[in-house]
Design a protein around this ligand. Structure first.
Ligand SMILES: Cc1cc2nc3c(=O)[nH]c(=O)nc-3n(C[C@H](O)[C@H](O)[C@H](O)COP(=O)(O)OP(=O)(O)OC[C@H]3O[C@@H](n4cnc5c(N)ncnc54)[C@H](O)[C@@H]3O)c2cc1C
Length: 578
């Protein structure tokens, strides 16, 4: 598979698509099934991980260490199990299905905590840190978010300054919501190296027992209670120069490259959640009778089960497709692809969790059933590693920036810009993909139309809105969705084609593909130009009206203080790591 930016290349550069890589579904055999089996044994010993009791947490960690869970993807040369990314994702998928909280500590350690050292570490750094990381003796965190800077990660305030003798960096600043903070022996910490040049960052390996590192109290969370989340403060911490990952200035790129792995893992974990919910809904639909028949006979119940099946398949296919690119080249620029995995997986899994509780009826609302805990644990996935809102606009913005750069370099003046855009529009994507099956060719056509529309929107958006395009979030989201549906379709086609080459009966998979493109076409239509224009005009009127009302009467009902003010002050205290 090409290691250059796959989707960006498809939309802006080559435009040609002559074949698809054959990305098969990963089998849960060998080491994968062995690890999952042992994990499930541990899980059965701790059915209720919804506790903050430190003894339970440390007992759990000891058991996880024993089965090698902290070293799944760390190369064998450093004491890990050296699993490939797709094997790891299969484990994430299957373990998340059995409960998210239990394995979260080890998965955050591997997916993001220690990943920077695996990808960018020197041999000395790897020898020193990967060996204890693989055994679980040194657990890692990934520390990017700060009290004042979350989504806008390029503008973090933590700073690192090189000492006069050049032997070490002096780190100052605060991080918050850091997973594993109170368990971590070390963290990958991101800091600005040049205050005048935000984004010129360093990525540092920071041992938590260094002078000046203060970890805060556990933050009281809605879910994932078996994991540790806390704030961290760095005050004049002296970091040896050799603990810098990569070169000065590489920090932001390192932070984003690591997140590619975290996001694709969230896509796989979401698949697990959907598959588990599918199983629960199917069983319940068979067993529960109302109006004299199993509730599974009702179309409105079947619809939820079908959605879970289809969306689970799509999330699995796009994660595997992205993982195949990363397996070929771990530094492959798959930011758009991994963003799609995260956005699609977590939002669809959240809807599925809602549906699963709904199918269980009143029983689903009881805390004795798994649904409420699953929803509490999973809720955060649409927030961390980039929120749903950020992933809804980020792929479109990335594409637009690239196109704008090209336009600036190839044009001078409005007229030549118009010519540039017309030229862009005149070039349709050239796809020579052919399949044996009618539905597959129909799906290819659907994806191709998405590519055409997407290119029109990019070009027209640039011309009509210019720099204001960054504020046109509905427009950006529509571009992102076109890309997401295209990616889902190609990944399913690739999976089906790989199965065909192995002589499998494809009827069931073809039906899933047909269902996906039918619902994606419906979404594309409702996101169409005129419908969107009307809705957006109304949206602006309602926002203006609400702002006006709020200016006149700043509280709702009879409450004197807006509740959010009280929440903020409590919130501030939890960010204090001193
Ligand atoms: C349990 C938990 C574990 C976490 N673990 C880690 C960790 O290990 N390491 C780490 O570094 N961080 C971690 N985080 C932090 C997480 O990544 C951030 O919370 C997340 O990036 C959002 O940042 P924020 O909370 O500051 O929200 P904000 O950025 O303030 O966003 C608030 C709201 O505004 C929206 N918004 C922001 N900007 C835009 C925009 N341009 N357009 C539209 N909407 C926008 C957001 O989508 C969101 O809905 C964790 C968080 C939690 C809750």
């Amino acid at each position: 598979m090409e290691s250059k930016t796959y989707l960006k290349n498809l939309y802006l550069d080559a435009l040609a698509l002559n074949d698809l890589p054959a990305v098969r579904e990963t089998a849960s055999t060998g080491t994968v099934s062995e690890i999952v089996g042992r994990y499930l044994e541990i899980s059965a010993m701790h059915p209720d991980t919804d506790t903050e009791a430190p003894d339970i947490r440390s007992a759990l960690i000891q058991k996880m260490k024993k089965i090698g869970f902290f070293g799944l993807t760390i190369p064998k040369a450093y004491g890990g199990l050296g699993l490939g990314l797709r094997q790891y994702l299969k484990i994430v998928e299957m373990t998340m299905a059995s409960g998210m909280a239990l394995g979260f500590t080890a998965l955050a350690h591997l997916s993001i905590g220690v990943k920077g050292i695996v990808l960018f570490g020197t041999e000395e750094q790897k020898q020193k840190y990967l060996v204890p990381a693989a055994s679980g003796d040194m657990i890692f965190s990934y520390a990017l978010t700060e009290p004042n800077t979350g989504s806008d990660a390029r503008n973090i305030q933590t700073s690192a300054t090189l000492s006069d003798d050049g032997s070490h960096y002096i780190l100052n600043g605060s991080k918050t919501y850091i997973t594993n903070a109170n368990l971590a022996g070390a963290m990958t910490v991101f800091a600005q190296l040049d205050k005048e040049n935000p984004g010129f960052m360093g990525a540092f390996i920071v041992e938590t027992d260094l002078d000046g590192v203060r970890i805060g109290k556990e933050m009281p969370k809605m879910g994932l209670k078996a994991s540790s989340t806390a704030a961290v403060r760095f005050k004049d911490v002296r970091i040896p120069r050799e603990n810098l990952l990569g070169k000065p200035g590489d920090g932001f790129k390192i932070a984003m490259t690591i997140l590619n792995f975290g996001r694709v893992a969230l896509g796989a974990g979401s698949t697990g959640m959907m598959m588990q919910s599918l199983q629960d809904m199917s069983r319940r639909a068979e067993q529960r009778k109302q109006f004299g028949v199993p509730i599974g006979d009702f179309e409105l119940i079947q619809e939820k089960i079908v959605s879970a099946r289809v969306n689970g398949e799509v999330a699995s296919a796009i994660s595997a497709y992205t993982a195949a690119m990363l397996e070929k080249d771990p530094l492959a620029p798959v930011a758009i692809e991994s963003s799609h995995c995260k956005l699609f997986g977590t939002t669809r899994a959240w809807e599925t969790l809602y549906d699963a509780l709904q199918v269980a009826g009143g029983a689903g609302y009881l805390t004795t059933q798994p649904y409420e805990k699953r929803m509490r644990d999973f809720r955060v996935t649409t927030i961390f590693e980039g929120t749903t809102e950020i992933h809804s606009i980020y792929p479109a913005l990335t594409l637009l920036r690239k196109l704008a750069k090209r336009m600036r370099s190839e044009t001078n003046g409005k007229l030549s810009q118009i010519m540039f855009v017309l030229k862009e529009l005149a070039l349709p994507p050239r796809w020579k993909l052919r399949f044996h099956h009618r539905t597959m060719n129909r799906a290819k056509r659907f994806a191709w139309v998405n590519a055409v529309l997407l290119r029109w929107m990019l070009a027209a958006g640039l011309l009509v809105y210019g720099r204001r395009i960054a504020q046109k979030q509905f427009f950006l989201r529509r571009i992102t969705h076109l890309s997401l549906y295209l990616f889902g379709t190609l990944a399913l086609l690739s999976r089906i084609d790989a199965a065909r080459q192995r002589g499998r009966d494809l009827a069931a998979e073809i039906d899933l593909l047909a269902y996906f493109i039918s619902s994606a076409s419906k979404a594309r239509r409702s996101d169409g130009f005129w419908a969107s224009i009307r809705r957006e005009r109304l949206h602006r009127k309602i926002v203006a009206d609400l702002r006006h009302q709020l200016a006149e009467k700043p509280t709702y009902g009879r409450r004197k203080e807006p509740e959010v003010a009280a929440l903020s002050s409590a919130d501030r205290r939890t960010h204090e790591a001193s």
